[in-house]
Design a protein around this ligand. Structure first.
Ligand SMILES: [Zn+2]
Length: 282
């Protein structure tokens, strides 16, 4: 294992009249090294995993948002790793817990690369309407691949030389598919493309929770997802109502293969899945 761990402790003492509870402002960051030039930085106060790529002359960040009150602390944590300028931000999709710090980084001089409804943008400039956009940063090539799955503007980021793929929210550990926009069609497009790019040493990085997955675990996610969607779609095709679908014993048992969650969370996710499946079957 070549994973080096750094625990970066951010100043514990905080004097401010602005914040009623100074303890809320204390955040610890942990960074994990994935390769010579790729890291994941995580705040204990936030569930988002921030990707950090060290270019030869610059830093590129993926989804650098751990709460607005912590933007400068996140930069301080990044500064423990490198003092190169933060030049690029990649958004894996447009949910606020991923793009929330864009304007903060733009003010620091960074440019944002994102997808909006299938088109790639460099800040507000349209750069491609294709589903793939490649960035050559000298010592690495990054393929940005667009999917409609979790949202209409999902981007997975494939670092070719590093053999590392940042999945955004198209895949989350141990939990049901979150393909609210693309349904099963979009979810399996992401899964199959990711598998085609992966070998046994590929590192798949999720945006939330425990962040590292290998291909074997991802394959098992695919199998569970197939059972999940098959059952939901079968019930849907039988014309069952939402209330009947969320009480289906077999579906409850399939859901436990991901991880046993509360019935409330299960129901919420089934409802969202049914809505997405009905949408894409139209
Ligand atoms: Zn999301």
């Amino acid at each position: 294992m070549r994973l080096n761990k750094y625990a970066i402790l951010i100043a514990v003492f905080w004097v401010s009249f602005t914040y009623a509870n100074p303890l809320q402002q204390v955040r610890d960051f942990t960074s994990e090294q994935l390769s010579d030039n790729l890291f994941v930085l995580k705040s204990t106060g936030s569930n988002t995993n921030v990707g950090i790529f060290m270019g030869e002359t610059f830093i590129l960040l993926i989804d650098p948002f751990v709460g607005n009150a912590n933007n400068t602390k996140l930069v301080s944590a990044i500064r423990k790793l490198s003092d190169k300028p933060i030049k690029y931000i990649i958004n894996t999709h447009s949910h606020s817990d991923h793009i929330g710090a864009n304007s903060f980084y733009i003010e620091l001089g960074a440019d944002v690369i994102s997808n909006r409804n299938g088109q790639f943008y460099f800040n507000n400039e349209l750069i491609s309407s294709e589903d793939k956009y490649t960035i050559d940063v000298g010592n690495e090539k990054l393929d940005l691949l667009h999917f409609i799955s979790h949202t209409t503007d999902d981007v997975i980021v494939h670092f070719r030389k590093n053999n590392i793929i940042f999945m955004g929210d198209t895949y989350m550990h141990d939990t049901y598919p979150h393909a609210y926009a693309g349904g099963s069609k979009g979810q399996f497009e992401v899964i199959n493309k990711t598998l085609s790019l992966s070998n046994d040493s590929t590192k798949l990085i999720t945006a939330h929770g425990r962040f590292l997955t290998k291909k074997a675990e991802f394959l098992s996610f695919k199998e569970k997802s197939e059972l999940w969607y098959e059952k939901i779609n079968a019930l849907n095709e039988q014309g069952e109502s939402m209330e009947v679908i969320v009480r289906n014993e077999e579906l409850i048992n399939i859901s436990k293969m991901f991880r046993p969650f509360s019935l409330g969370y299960f129901e919420q996710q089934v409802r969202k899945t049914v809505v997405a499946e009905r949408l894409i079957s139209k």
